[in-house]
Design a binder for this molecule. Structure first.
Ligand code: NAI
Length: 697
């Protein structure tokens, strides 16, 4: 229940915002503020008003549960509530602790005075949703902390601790002790000294050289913002705070937010914001499902993944026992972990003592017996079912009852792996992405028999190690790799038809991907894709082969690690260079396939790659492998470099219109070089397109 409580303390009225967890400014809160101000004004015994929140938050800004509902626009909207505060006939003092962000900071700026704890966090983070602060933040913040600092905060959205504002008109007092006592004392002083009703709007924003400053800022921000319109709109609004009277500046702000709300970039960022919050919700696993305690973790395999996975837990202060087969491999793994921490120390991100403390949490071992008392063990050994069988049989013998047994497999059947134990309910897939200590994504693979509390524990643990966890059912490649295989296949098919290596990568990079599909293949290692293709050819006898890619692999061109793949590489350099040798292979293969190359547009390249993702995503959704389309988007935004400003493949398809996507797919299907059935729309996609709906409806 969200509400604003009204109390009086002698001659001071206290309006306390109460909408856990962060006092989002819901309609009830906005109403409570307005009513509180009116009540205090009418009560002759009241001489001042304090608005406050909880220890955790004065207010974190808009109430996100109201987004997309009529309540957002219902009066009093925040600007109205702030108007009541600012024009109140009695002094209003904001007493600030915890988060004071977005609308929360705007509300505080509408008060006549502000008292804060030193560690309260102040921010205007709206830019992160592709919009700008819409309740006066762009006009009032520059008036209290200066144009440059305000512009920085508004364009970056980054929180700043209150103590940094001591001595500026943003804060009248920074208090170490009891906030409420200090705020009440301050209010009484305002009354006793007959201090004026100070309005931030009346302050002048000064800058010695506004023209020069804004020209410089416009260039810098424009270059950094690239695909995002919001930062430059923020700049326009802040510029208005210097050059125009307050009310005109407010109009610039209002127009700016109206325009930004309509942009696809803001729609994508808002989608991603909500998508991230939904991933942890599992329909048949209620949020109060009990979880198991994870105080000690075992990792098997100290290779690329095992070391990266271990670092996540060490960072979270959880001890890790890492097990290898041979001393040499173990030493190499421990060294790899040490290097990461040394790097942190060198960059000044960590003290030497802290790095040492992290390393002390790591116990290297050559014996599985040392995993007897771990609460969770994650296996990251070679990707072979036989090896996994050995490992899980052993773990079943050694691990204590209730320990969670996890596999980091990227392709193998987690149900089969669970079947190697007598406790399949304790087995789960935890699919990290490389580099595992950096990538945000964690695919949590739910086996047919995985217990609900094991799943709940994995999701909770993901939060502890700061991952975005997405649940996936068991299938070949799970959500992410199953889709990327289709995308890569389509890129290779276009290479056969006439597009060049460079054109394909450039078109996809221009769309916004961090890296085109062929550069990505060279980075991952051509042998990995080749092994997958060979397995698929064997399993599906009629399957069209990707001749060019296969031929390059036959030549030993596995990408960066062999100095040549779709590109060539100078020793020790990752820069992808055009290789005429590849052009020759491409020409030969086209001739062998009887293909006369045709000109392919960049638009077609993007559509065929992205819609290949979308169609497979729709199949994954209809099979129940993913819970919701937005989960698929999170996989792509956090694990595959899909451009955030496009919101993920499923959201992007919805923006394009599912019917338009299907129409294009039908046209691609007419292409003679296309594998039969490849472009047949998934049933769910066809259905939703015909209904004119999106995926998650
Ligand atoms: P890797 O070859 O770098 O490391 C595997 C390590 O496991 C080696 O050091 C090996 O000595 C050790 N090992 C093998 N059998 C063992 C056993 N029985 N007991 C103890 N140690 C043993 O391989 P990588 O890349 O770390 O992959 C490991 C697993 O992670 C595989 O299942 C792979 O599919 C999966 N994976 C790999 C990703 C990647 O990008 N490399 C991404 C996501 C998952």
């Amino acid at each position: 229940m969200s509400t604003a409580h009204y109390d009086s303390n002698g001659n001071v009225a206290v309006i306390r915002l109460d909408n856990p967890p962060v006092n989002g400014l819901s309609l009830e809160l906005r109403q409570g503020i307005v009513e509180g101000i009116k009540k205090a004004e009418q009560d002759d015994a009241i001489e001042a008003i304090v608005i406050t929140g909880s220890d955790r938050a004065f207010s974190g800004g808009a109430d996100i549960t109201e987004f997309g509902t009529p309540k957002v626009m219902q009066e009093p909207i925040l600007t109205t509530a702030i108007h009541y505060v600012e024009t109140a006939k009695k002094p209003v003092i904001a007493a600030i602790s915890g988060n004071c962000m977005g609308g929360g900071l705007e509300l505080a700026l509408g008060c006549h005075y502000r008292v804060s704890t030193p560690d309260a966090q102040m921010a205007l983070p709206e830019v992160k949703l592709g919009i700008l602060p819409g309740a006066g933040g762009t006009q009032r913040l520059p008036r209290v902390i200066g144009v440059e600092h305000a512009l920085n905060m508004i364009v970056s959205g980054t929180p700043v601790p209150a103590k940094q504002f001591q001595g500026t008109p943003l804060l009248d007092e920074v208090v170490d002790g009891d906030l409420m006592e200090a705020a009440l004392a301050f209010a009484r002083k305002v009354v006793a000294d007959k201090m004026p009703l100070k309005k931030v709007r009346d302050l002048k924003v000064k800058h010695p050289n506004p023209e020069g400053f804004f020209m410089f800022a416009r260039n810098t921000i424009g270059a950094m913002a690239k695909n995002y319109p919001a930062p430059l709109k923020c700049l326009e609004a802040v510029e208005a705070s210097v050059k125009k009277p307050f009310d005109e500046g407010m109009k610039v702000e209002r127009d700016g937010i109206k325009q930004l709300m309509q942009t696809p970039e803001s729609a994508a960022l808002r989608h991603a914001f909500f998508a991230e919050r939904k991933t942890s919700k599992i329909s048949d696993v209620p949020s109060d499902t009990p979880t198991r305690d994870i105080n000690k973790v075992g990792v098997i395999g100290a290779g690329t993944m095992g070391t990266g996975i271990s670092i996540n837990f060490l960072n979270a202060g959880i001890p890790v026992t890492i097990v290898e087969m041979k001393q040499e491999g173990l030493d190499r793994g421990v060294e790899a972990v040490r290097k990461v921490y040394e790097g942190q120390v060198k960059k000044g991100r960590m003290t030497e003592e802290k790095a040492k403390a992290k390393m002390d949490l790591l116990t290297p071992s050559l014996s599985y017996d040392d995993l007897k008392d771990v609460d969770l063990v994650i296996e990251a050994v070679f990707e072979e079912m036989g090896v996994k069988e050995q490992v899980f049989t052993k773990l079943d013998e050694i691990c204590k009852p209730g320990a969670i047994l996890a596999s980091n497999t990227s392709t193998l059947d987690v149900n089969k792996i669970a079947g190697f134990t007598k406790r399949p309910e304790d087995v789960i897939g935890l699919h990290f992405f490389s580099p595992a200590n950096i990538m945000k994504l964690l695919e949590v693979i739910r086996g047919d028999k995985t217990a609900k509390d094991v799943l709940a524990t994995a999701m909770k643990l993901a939060k502890t190690i700061r991952k975005t966890a997405v649940v996936s059912g068991v299938c070949d490649g799970f959500i992410g790799n199953r889709m990327i295989n289709q995308y890569s296949r389509e890129a290779l098919t276009m290479l056969e038809e006439g597009a060049s290596v460079q054109q394909i990568d450039k078109a996809i990079e221009k769309f916004g991907f961090a890296m085109g599909p062929l550069r990505m293949a060279d980075l991952a290692g051509g042998d990995i894709g080749w092994a997958i293709r060979k397995r698929l050819y064997a399993e599906n006898p009629g399957m069209k082969k990707n001749l060019i890619a296969d031929r390059l692999c036959e030549m030993g061109r596995f990408g960066q690690k062999t100095g040549a793949g779709f590109y060539k590489y100078e020793p020790g350099n990752r820069k992808a260079l055009h290789d005429p040798e590849v052009d020759k292979v491409v020409d030969e293969c086209r001739a062998e396939m009887g293909i006369t190359p045709r000109k392919i547009s960049n638009d077609e390249i993007v559509k065929r790659c992205v819609y290949a993702l979308v169609n497979e995503g729709a199949r994954i959704l209809e099979e129940g492998i993913a819970q919701r389309a937005s989960d698929i988007d999170m996989v792509y935004l956090t694990g595959y470099g899909f451009p955030v400003f496009r919101g993920g493949p499923m959201h992007y398809a919805e923006q394009v219109g599912l019917a338009n996507v299907v129409r294009d797919m039908e046209a691609f299907d007419a292409n003679p070089n296309t594998q039969k059935g490849f472009w047949e729309p998934a049933d769910l996609l066809a259905k939703r397109a015909a209904e004119g709906k999106g995926f998650d409806q």
